[in-house]
Design a protein around this ligand. Structure first.
Ligand code: WT7
Length: 630
């Protein structure tokens, strides 16, 4: 695969991707190894949310990571693993070692009854075995669904049930900063609430005592003990499911975004190589968790398909102290560093002292993902981490897009603070105003749509194709709706403005307001609640909950209890930052909550409440303002 090397080449490639998209992607896809070539490049019908790439092509994505690369790359380090505790040893795995471990675990999966098409939940810490588990699923044709290990047992059970998973792969516990999290017991709890799981594989990580159900639970190390280090890859169709990944939307229930094999492979590798301008001997580090799409595409698949060295970090940026990220960069001489604005802002708050003993001079490229990066954080990151001479790639994309859609190419596209900048080849962003008009030209702002398909667009939402059509392909005929607002500036550079739907972005994590409301409403004293996001210095958006409780049930503890319920139903990442007990919520005559008013109160913007005359209960607005907790 050729890497774009100049701005003029980028414009040429972009032009080619528009005039002949099928020829453009076929050329890139040819650099992969296919068991059988595709018969047709693309079939697409956005109205039915029906997209297929590289039709009838046969392949296995792990053959493209291993067999295709092994001749040159056998001894090259595939994964550098940095443990939570810096006193524990770093682990390095070569491509050959990763291949053998993946094959052994693939054989274990097969022996225990896993077949092509089975769904497997992976609920694990950031250890190489998480990558091995994903790759082994892909090797044998099983569909992985990685669930972030911070989710509660209820969230885990919901995901198990939704995709009717047969197996959970997990660990005894997780080390996270100075905490030890009892992961296996969360899985045990989840299995009491769900029905389809037959087997559980448990990796020993913390060596803590766990409950073990004989016939159901198996130790990882025992299963792989006598397994062969070769395992023939299952022949997959381009459009066979590779994974399901759950993400929040505007309604209460997270949806399982489905990605398939061929298109996802081509796009994740192509974007990795071009955005980060990865060079053969570079050390690349993405700080995400494999539980999110960023971990899938830019810790595991993109880098490994390109034969890169991908660093994996088990811990958190603040343990044992706030220099940890920078210590790791220096220790492993990291060349490309990819993180989220929320981490940057949190570290920025500690000033420059934590950087005093770090040189950071191995860095060539720094990246940002997950939420809009404000200008202050952009400059701090660029000046102090990139030392003013590393290109900063602000990469906009989504779980549903599978790979980076709008971003500078490092060192090629001129940097513009807080702008994701230009679309990647093959991507056609369209800005649409509230009346549904496409806004061409520069200096315009509206909702962001994408015209025409790219190889890693989601194929469906698991088990509910109608939902996929309604959510993404119904707002504007023939276009994919992103849910984000965007501005095209006078130079034609794009700046993402954040979500325009009822989805919050809290520390780079997507969270539906309805999901948090549903959780709050599970408290027995809660009558009704409304949740909105508000600007938060570190998290980007904070969660503000307005809650009506049964008269007389207010006590000192009620807010803590509500917080606990949310933690138990979703997980700590969904805990409200502020809870205001109210006697009513502003509603229209048709009973709809007027969130516009709540958002203004939550963000302490009380200047102009707008028209409240259509409210059923206009007096409530004053009460809510008086009780606001800013
Ligand atoms: C939403 C997708 C894509 C990986 C991580 C998040 C927001 C993502 C940016 C960016 C501004 C961004 C959008 C998007 N977002 N990257 N560079 N600038 N906003 O994936 O959980 O699917 O969330 O994250 O609002 O819609 P996700």
């Amino acid at each position: 695969m050729q890497r774009i090397k100049s701005l003029s080449e980028y414009f040429n490639q972009y032009e080619k991707s528009q005039s002949d998209p099928e020829g453009f992607w076929a050329e890139i896809a040819k650099s992969f190894s296919w068991i059988e070539p595709w018969k047709k490049v693309l079939e697409s019908d956005f109205e039915k949310a029906d997209v297929k790439w590289f039709i009838d092509g046969k392949l296995n994505i792990t053959e493209n990571i291993f067999e295709r690369n092994l001749i040159e790359n056998k001894d090259k380090t595939a994964i550098i693993w940095e443990p939570n505790n810096p006193d524990e040893d770093t682990k390095k795995m070569s491509y050959q070692e990763l291949y053998e471990e993946t094959c052994k675990f693939s054989n274990a999966l097969k022996d225990i009854g896993i077949k092509k098409g089975d769904r497997i939940i992976i609920y694990m810490p950031m250890v190489p075995e998480a990558t091995i588990a994903m790759l082994a699923c892909a090797r044998v044709g099983a569909v992985h669904s990685v669930v972030f290990a911070g989710f509660s047992s209820t969230s885990l059970a919901d995901r198990i049930d939704d995709c009717e998973s047969k197996m959970v792969i997990t660990s005894d516990g997780n080390f996270r900063g100075n905490k030890v999290i009892p992961v296996k017991s969360v899985v045990d709890e989840a299995l009491e609430k769900s029905n389809s799981i037959e087997k559980v594989i448990v990796l020993k990580r913390t060596n803590q005592e766990v409950n073990f159900v004989s016939g159901r639970d198996f130790w990882w190390h025992e299963l792989v003990k006598d397994k062969s280090s070769e395992c023939k890859a299952e022949v997959m169709d381009s459009e066979d499911m590779l994974f399901v990944l759950y993400t929040s939307g505007s309604t209460g229930k997270p949806k399982g975004v489905v990605h398939t094999t061929g298109g996802y492979m081509v796009y994740s590798a192509y974007t990795f190589l071009n955005v980060f301008q990865y060079d053969k001997d570079d050390i690349y580090w993405c700080t995400a968790d494999v539980g999110w799409i960023t971990g899938h595409s830019y810790i595991v698949y993109g880098p490994l398909l390109c034969g890169a060295t991908s660093l994996m970090f088990e811990g958190v940026p603040t343990y044992p102290n706030v220099s940890r990220f920078w210590d790791i960069v220096d220790k492993h001489k990291v060349n490309q560093f990819y993180t989220a604005p929320t981490a940057i802002r949190a570290l920025q708050a500690h000033g420059l002292e934590p950087l005093e003993n770090n040189s950071l001079d191995s860095l060539k490229v720094i990246g940002s993902v997950g939420e809009p990066i404000n200008e202050e954080a952009w400059h701090w990151y660029h000046d102090n981490i990139g030392k003013g001479n590393c290109p900063l790639v602000d990469t906009w994309w989504q779980t549903e897009t599978g790979g980076i859609m709008i971003s500078a190419l490092a060192g090629i596209t001129p940097n513009k603070p807080a702008h994701a900048s230009l679309p990647l080849p093959g991507i056609i962003p369209v800005i649409v105003d509230a009346e549904g008009n496409e806004l061409s030209g520069n200096n315009v702002q509206g909702n962001l749509f994408i015209k025409s398909p790219w190889p890693s667009i989601l194929r469906t939402t698991y088990g509910d194709h109608e939902r996929c059509i309604n959510t993404y392909f119904s707002s504007y005929k023939g276009m994919y709706f992103t849910g984000d607002g965007v501005k095209r500036d006078h130079d034609g550079y794009l700046r993402i403005l954040g979500r325009v739907d009822d989805v919050m972005n809290v520390s780079g994590h997507r969270m539906g307001t309805a999901e948090v409301e549903n959780a709050i409403n599970e408290h027995s004293e809660v009558i009704e609640s409304a949740v909105v996001g508000y600007p938060h210095d570190i998290k980007g958006e904070g969660i503000y909950a307005f809650v009506i409780i049964n008269p007389g049930s207010e006590n000192d503890n009620i807010k803590n209890q509500i917080t606990d319920v949310v933690r138990n139903v979703i997980g700590p990442i969904a805990k409200p930052d502020k809870i205001q007990i109210v006697s009513g919520l502003p509603k229209t005559r048709s009973g709809k909550i007027m969130r516009r008013i709540l958002r203004k109160v939550a963000s302490n913007d009380l200047s102009n409440m707008g028209d409240t005359s259509t409210l059923l209960n206009p007096d409530i607005v004053e009460e809510i303002i008086q009780g606001a907790i800013n």
